[in-house]
Design a protein around this ligand. Structure first.
Ligand code: ZN
Length: 600
């Protein structure tokens, strides 16, 4: 199918973008910017090759909190008129540029402001090395428009080139072909030849070095972090091999990781060719690397085949979780993947409970109109999406399902898709009129109905059965230090902590802490789960560790449940607010937007 059939003409309008791609659409971006750490401003030019499909007199870009200084038409840069429309919450303002029917090139001269939510400017103290400042972007879901004027919809794809000027002692990297060494001019150029949606525009600037893992893979990190990262992610080459074996060739040339300072709000962000990753997965024992499998899997589901709107987010994340677990099964075996599925199911149950299982937000196909998509995107897309795909796999068998997925990735490569297009593909390629199969797959129940279908299969794990046995013997009086916990991975520990009752005595808390050293764990997943119990049970011996965690880690997945647990009592709320004041400078806007609402 052609781009016109799939990507543009049939694309449903994106309620989170002002752009009208069926009329005038950007195809390629030439970015020429300078990064000023003193003023905390990015400024320069975003020049677009455009296609004026309707031969009309306007092209519309998305902006939020940008200064638009001047707009030019053509390579000869003739000034043109433009205006900014009314501001809407989350969406910002449309930039409406007057063009001519024959216009094919538009240059926007602009600068960012303090309201650029995509950008996090870190002072040297907030980095691992403590000597140089650091900058990174987070464009997903609709924050690209806060640092580049752009048609900011996942249904629109562009290729790009970029020229970025940074301070001489720093290096710049992007979601593109990257330098592997610092130069002495601070001027870097980039090329992204594969068309990507705007939310994958990414830039990071800092004191970083590169070390290879395999011939096609490697790691960027601050000098202070690089060796730990190289050890932790040594298996990324193996993951790439496993992923290609499952769903076909990796289409983005290199696959590198950038390990960011701890304030990064997410576990990872699948910026193409260069995944951005939190240092909270540096557990020293390679136990949290399923996150890398996840980000790598996005090179197929998400980056190659992209959700056309944020209402179709499950097409990015549900597929990626499914794919991530398949990669982990390939490398570590089925009993390992089973553990991840059970933990995922627990997360899903928790989300269903929080949202209410009748909530429309628990359907796979969402309706986020009028809301910030970043707030509407939950575990539903990830885990319910994954279990839907596992349900299809069970119904048709793994071999047939893998053939189907391979064909899906091929057919929709470098295109945007949506729920309807996927379901049509499912019906024509897999269900093929088989009514019994259609009933088993139950599209209506999974995609359009809140909650989980009654006949869904709950995942189980034999390794977790042993954890439950150990837990039960502790509950019936066996001392913690005599439990059989040898060889437990962080997943088993996480499961154990999740099994703990809500109410525990100080003595029980202290016994567990002494036997297993939870409060001093080097594993962020274990810490975050344990602190929920220390807060609930007012186990003050862990307060110092909790304080340190909240003031150094910016990952929203950890922060939100901990602050939520704290604010359930008046004393806890006071404590939460006091910590938040100190911690906030270390958090990205993606996290503070959520926490401001929670803590006010
Ligand atoms: Zn993801």
């Amino acid at each position: 199918m052609t781009t016109e059939q799939l990507g543009i003409a049939q694309a449903p309008s994106d309620v989170h973008s002002y752009a009208k791609p069926a009329e005038a659409v950007a195809r390629h971006l030439d970015l020429d910017i300078a990064v000023d750490f003193d003023k905390k401003v990015i400024s320069g030019k975003a020049s677009y090759q455009i296609e004026n499909l309707a031969k009309g007199n306007q092209i519309i870009f998305d902006t939020r909190g940008l200064n638009i200084e001047q707009v030019y038409l053509g390579k000869e840069q003739t000034p043109t008129t433009f205006r900014l429309g009314d501001e809407k919450k989350f969406l910002g303002k449309p930039l409406i540029v007057d063009i001519k029917p024959e216009t094919d090139y538009v240059t926007i001269q602009y600068s960012t402001t303090a309201n650029a939510d995509a950008l996090q400017w870190l002072n040297p103290q907030q980095t691992a090395g403590k000597k140089h400042p650091f900058l990174f972007t987070q464009s997903q879901a609709i924050l690209a428009r806060t640092w580049i004027p752009i048609q900011d919809s996942p249904g629109i794809r562009i290729t790009y080139s970029a020229k970025v000027q940074v301070p001489k002692e720093l290096m710049a990297v992007m979601s593109a072909e990257n330098p592997q060494q610092k130069n002495n001019t601070g001027s870097y150029t980039f090329e992204m030849r594969q068309a990507i949606p705007s939310y994958l525009m990414a830039l990071s600037v800092g004191d970083m070095v590169f070390k290879p893992i395999g011939s096609q893979t490697g790691i960027y990190a601050e000098p202070a972090t690089i060796d730990a990262a190289v050890y932790e992610f040594a298996e990324m080459d193996k993951m790439l091999v496993a992923a290609e074996k499952l769903y076909g060739k990796y289409r983005w040339d290199r696959y590198d990781l950038l390990v960011l300072p701890p304030s990064f709000p997410f576990g990872g962000m699948e910026n193409p060719r260069l995944t951005f990753v939190t240092p909270t997965v540096l557990a020293k024992d390679r136990s949290l690397t399923s996150l890398i499998a996840h980000e790598l899997a996005h090179s197929w589901s998400g980056n190659l085949v992209t959700n056309g709107t944020w209402d179709d987010f499950w097409l990015n994340e549900g597929f990626t979780v499914y794919f991530e677990r398949r990669i982990m099964e390939e490398i570590y075996g089925k009993d390992y993947a089973d553990m991840l599925n059970v933990l995922g199911y627990q997360d899903l149950e928790h989300t269903l409970e929080e949202l209410g299982s009748n909530s429309d937000d628990t359907r796979l196909k969402l309706d986020l109109e009028g809301r910030d998509p970043d707030e509407g995107l939950t575990d539903i897309a990830y885990e319910k999406g994954n279990f839907f795909l596992q349900n299809i796999e069970r119904a048709v068998g793994r071999e047939r399902f893998d053939q189907f997925l391979n064909k899906y990735f091929q057919t929709f490569a470098f295109k945007s898709t949506n729920t309807d297009l996927f379901l049509d593909f499912l019906r024509t390629e897999l269900i093929k009129g088989d009514e019994q199969l259609a009933e088993q797959i139950n599209i209506e129940g999974w995609v359009y109905t809140p909650g989980l279908p009654d006949d869904h299969k709950k995942p189980t794990s034999s390794r977790f059965a042993q954890v439950a046995a150990a837990f039960n013997s502790w509950k019936s009086g066996k001392p913690a230090n005599q439990l059989q916990t040898k060889d437990w991975s962080s997943h088993e520990w996480l499961h154990f902590i999740r099994l703990l009752p809500e109410q525990m005595s100080q003595q029980q808390m202290a016994e567990l802490d002494k036997a297993f050293g939870f409060s001093n764990s080097g594993n962020s997943e274990v810490l975050a789960a344990w602190f929920i119990h220390t807060i609930r049970n007012n186990y003050t011996a862990a307060d110092k560790a909790l304080d340190k965690f909240l003031t150094s880690v910016g990952r929203r997945k950890f922060l939100v449940p901990l602050y939520k647990a704290l604010i359930t009592t008046p004393t806890g709320k006071k404590k939460a607010q006091e910590i938040y004041v100190r911690a906030k400078p270390n958090y990205h806007a993606v996290s503070t937007n959520t926490l401001d609402a929670l803590l006010k």
